[in-house]
Each structure stands twice: as structure tokens, then as C-alpha cells.
Design a binder for this molecule. Structure first.
Ligand code: S3P
Length: 445
């Protein structure tokens, strides 16, 4: 599963004030997890609001190959009839996760805790990404690498253990994918699996474990961390999942409205889980006019409609401790920072180097191509905002959806149009990005 073989370039140009109400697609993290928990539960899991992006569809296909029946019953409505913890089938062919780090790494955890062997593969971007961060704890739980590319990278053949060992694991990097892989393997381990995070990351796996009836406890650890303890071998019970709108996708119309003069929009039903709202906190500190309307609970998550108006932004310092709660939002924050007055310093962006692309380098290149002054100091990014961006560049997206969307947002308010070399990968997380933005008044050609 890859984006179109032929690159699809697009240019964004200075647009009138954005106006209207939009709903962005379902959250990518919760969508992957809802399918995986459906696979690990006996009986029928009904999912509504599923993100029907390429990444999530790859996970759906992998669930089928591992024994689940997965069917689409309407727009965003899916049903999974799973096999239960311990019941995985050996897949007859390779599991191809396309561009998706989350799908592949979470499923490595699932396979590691079962007595099956599976081949994991993906596109050129996924094949470059580090996998040992996930494989190291899984090997200590009893899984084996049968073969892999250099350093545990894909393509990988992973042999799971029917009797995984419960472990206590302190994650060396702040990664919800690593935490989740260990917990998913721990589901089939007899006893308690513990994950300790120095910096707490998104908690969707923990919430979903509870939602499906597993016994899991979460306690604070140190200043910013968490200690998660899971009791193994639960009988997961089917429970419907309503996927809320993805804050990481909402980030694009949100920043677009803040930087485009005359804008006044509402983004509906955005998930406000505190482990995901670092961008909103930062943009508010920058002076962004973001008002929560109708805060409510939907599908077990806090959601709100966000009213966003064009704002005069100022530069701020973003603390490193906030990075995990906005890790996917730095490309679009860098765009907002260009339109702010003063310097925005984003600290502790090391993890950005191992995303769908080296996002720190890709963002810096995109800023340079569009005349925005900036500096990379170690793992920190400094953007010198002038309240405007010259634009006029064409940005290389490196198979990275968020690089493409961030710089298209820049073009809506820059002095000269901003082009991106390929929009094909936007379909991995936000297939309706262009129509949603066009509906608000964005100009693309
Ligand atoms: C995700 C975790 C993050 C994030 C990714 C989704 C998840 O990755 O960047 O888009 O759903 O667990 P890391 O775990 O590598 O930080």
C-alpha cells in the first residue's frame, strides 16, 4: 500500500479569510487501536468514525490476515469479529503497513505475544525507520527476529512467543508506540507487565485496555512520567468505539485560520485528551484566539468544538517536556511561528528525526525554501517570525503527509504561493484535506 506512484504536486496561494464549520477525520492513533483491540476480542466490535486513511486501512488488512473478520458497513462504520487474546492465526502472506509506523509497531507487539510468525513490510519511508526501539523489549519477552534488514528494519520476519514473559520496561525514548507494543505483547503474558515512561506519552492504549475490560493501572512517575501496570491474559469484552476527530489533523485548519487574515472557523468535535493538546496550549500562549465551545465527552474522550479566529501571534519558548503532547504538530507550529512576531524556540525535537521523514530537516528545508529565517541548534528549532512569510518555494515532502499539509497551510497566507512536490501521502491520515480546506475558502491549484 503506497501513495500514487506518480507524484501529485499542489500549490497553495494567498486566500481570503477562511470561514465555515468543518469536521476533520477520526483520530489516527485511536483508529489503529480500535481495529487491533477488535482483533484481540472475541465477538463483534463496532467502530464508528474510523479514519479511512491508507495507514489505518493497512492495519485493517493486517487484522484480517491475523484471523479477524473486518467489514465496512458505512462511512467510517466498521465491524471487527476478533479471535481473542491468544487466538491469532498465522498470516499466509506479508503484513504490509505502507507508510504507517503506528500500525506496524503496535502489531509487532501483538505478534510478539502469540505463537505465530509474521513478515512485516512497508514503503520506502517505513523501511528506513528504526524498529529496534520496539523489538528490544519484545525480544526480552520471548519473541525472535528470524530475519530483518539492517538494524531490525523492515522487511522483518518476527516469530512470536505463545508464552510471553511479563516484563518491567523503562522506555529509553518517549514513544507511545513502544509503550503500546509492550502492553499489547503483555496482554498474553501470565502476570503483570509494567511500562515506565520518564515522559508520559499519549495514553490511548491504556484507555482502550480499560474500555475493553482489561485491568490496567496508571500512576505518576517522576515529574512528567507514568508507570503503567497491566494484568495479563484478560478476557477482553467487545465494546463499541466512537473515534473522535483527530487533533493532529485539526491542527492544519486551526493554524490556517490563525495566520490567514479575516478567518473565523469552527472545527467540530476535536479530541481534547491532555496527552494530545500541546499545540493548542502553545498557540494560546502565542496569542491565538482559540475558544472551546460545547466541551463534552464522546466515546470516552473529552471533545470540544474549537472556534478559531485570525490572530496576531507572538514568538514563545516551547518547553521540551511538552513535546510528547504535540510531537506530530511541530511542522505546522513552525509555520505558525513564521507568522508570529519574534522568535519561537521549540526545545527537545530529537524524536522528529525518526518520523515519516527526518521532520526536523524537512521543516528546516521548507522554511529555507520560503524565505523564513530559522536555525537548528542541536535538537531545538528556532524560527524568527516577522509576522509574515515570503513564500515562493517548492517544498520536498519526503513521503511525509504532515510536511505536505504544513507547507500548504503556509501558502494560504504567504506573500507568494507555496508549492509541495507531492500530496499523495496526505491520504495516509487526512484524505479529505484538500476538499475540507477548499470548503473553508483555501485556494489551491
Ligand atoms: C503514535 C505515537 C507517536 C506519533 C504517531 C502516533 C501512536 O509516535 O508520532 O503519529 O499512535 O502511538 P511515537 O510513539 O514514535 O512517538
Amino acid at each position: 500500500m503506497t501513495a500514487a506512484d506518480t507524484p501529485v504536486p499542489l500549490t497553495a496561494r494567498r486566500s481570503p479569510g477562511l470561514k465555515g464549520r468543518v469536521r476533520v477525520p477520526g483520530d489516527k492513533s485511536i483508529s489503529h487501536r480500535s481495529l487491533i483491540f477488535g482483533l484481540l476480542t472475541v465477538g463483534e466490535t463496532a467502530i464508528s468514525g474510523l479514519l479511512e486513511g491508507a495507514d489505518v486501512l493497512a492495519t485493517a488488512e493486517a487484522c484480517r490476515k491475523l484471523g479477524a473478520s473486518v467489514t465496512r458497513t458505512g462511512e467510517g462504520a466498521w465491524r471487527v469479529n476478533g479471535v481473542g487474546v491468544g487466538g491469532l492465526a498465522a498470516p499466509a502472506s506479508a503484513l504490509d503497513f505502507g507508510n504507517a509506523g503506528t500500525g506496524s509497531r503496535l502489531m509487532m507487539g501483538v505478534v510478539a505475544g502469540h505463537g505465530v510468525t509474521a513478515t512485516f513490510d512497508g514503503d520506502a519511508s517505513l523501511r528506513k525507520r528504526p524498529m529496534m526501539r520496539v523489538l528490544a523489549p519484545l525480544l526480552s519477552m520471548g519473541a525472535e527476529i528470524v530475519s530483518s534488514a539492517e538494524g531490525g528494519r523492515l522487511p522483518l520476519v518476527l516469530k512470536g512467543s505463545a508464552d510471553p514473559v511479563p516484563i518491567t520496561y523503562e522506555t529509553p525514548v518517549p514513544s507511545a508506540q513502544v509503550k503500546s507494543a509492550v502492553l499489547l505483547a503483555g496482554l498474553n503474558a501470565p502476570g503483570r507487565t509494567t511500562v515506565i515512561e520518564a515522559e508520559a506519552t499519549r495514553d490511548h492504549t491504556e484507555r482502550m485496555l480499560t474500555h475493553f475490560g482489561a485491568s490496567v493501572s496508571v500512576a505518576p512517575h517522576g515529574a512528567h512520567g507514568a508507570r503503567i501496570v497491566l494484568d495479563g491474559r484478560p478476557d477482553l469484552r467487545p465494546n463499541p468505539v466512537a473515534v473522535p476527530a483527530d487533533p493532529s489533523s485539526a491542527a492544519f485548519p486551526l493554524v490556517a485560520a490563525l495566520i490567514t487574515p479575516g478567518s473565523d472557523i469552527v472545527i467540530e468535535g476535536v479530541m481534547m485528551n491532555p496527552s494530545r493538546t500541546g499545540l493548542i496550549a502553545t498557540l494560546r500562549e502565542m496569542g491565538g484566539d482559540i475558544v472551546e465551545l460545547d466541551r463534552r465527552i464522546e466515546g470516552g474522550e473529552d471533545v470540544a468544538d474549537l472556534r478559531v479566529r485570525h490572530s496576531a501571534l507572538v514568538g514563545v519558548e516551547v518547553p521540551a517536556a511538552r513535546a510528547p503532547s504535540m510531537i506530530d504538530e511541530f511542522p505546522v507550529l513552525a509555520v505558525a511561528a513564521a507568522f508570529a512576531r519574534g522568535t519561537t524556540r521549540m526545545n527537545g525535537l530529537k524524536e522528529l528525526r525518526v518520523k515519516e521523514s527526518d521532520r526536523l530537516a524537512a521543516v528546516a528545508d521548507g522554511l529555507r525554501a520560503n524565505g523564513v529565517e530559522h536555525e537548528v541548534e542541536g535538537d531545538d528549532l528556532l524560527v524568527s517570525g516577522l509576522g509574515r512569510a515570503p513564500g515562493g518555494g517548492v517544498v520536498t515532502t519526503h513521503m511525509d503527509h504532515r510536511i505536505a499539509m504544513a507547507f500548504l497551510v503556509m501558502g494560504l497566507a504567504a506573500d507568494a504561493p507555496v508549492g509541495v512536490d507531492d500530496t499523495g501521502f496526505i491520504a495516509t491520515s487526512f484524505p479529505s484535506f484538500v476538499p475540507v480546506m477548499t470548503g473553508l475558502g483555501a485556494l489551491f491549484d
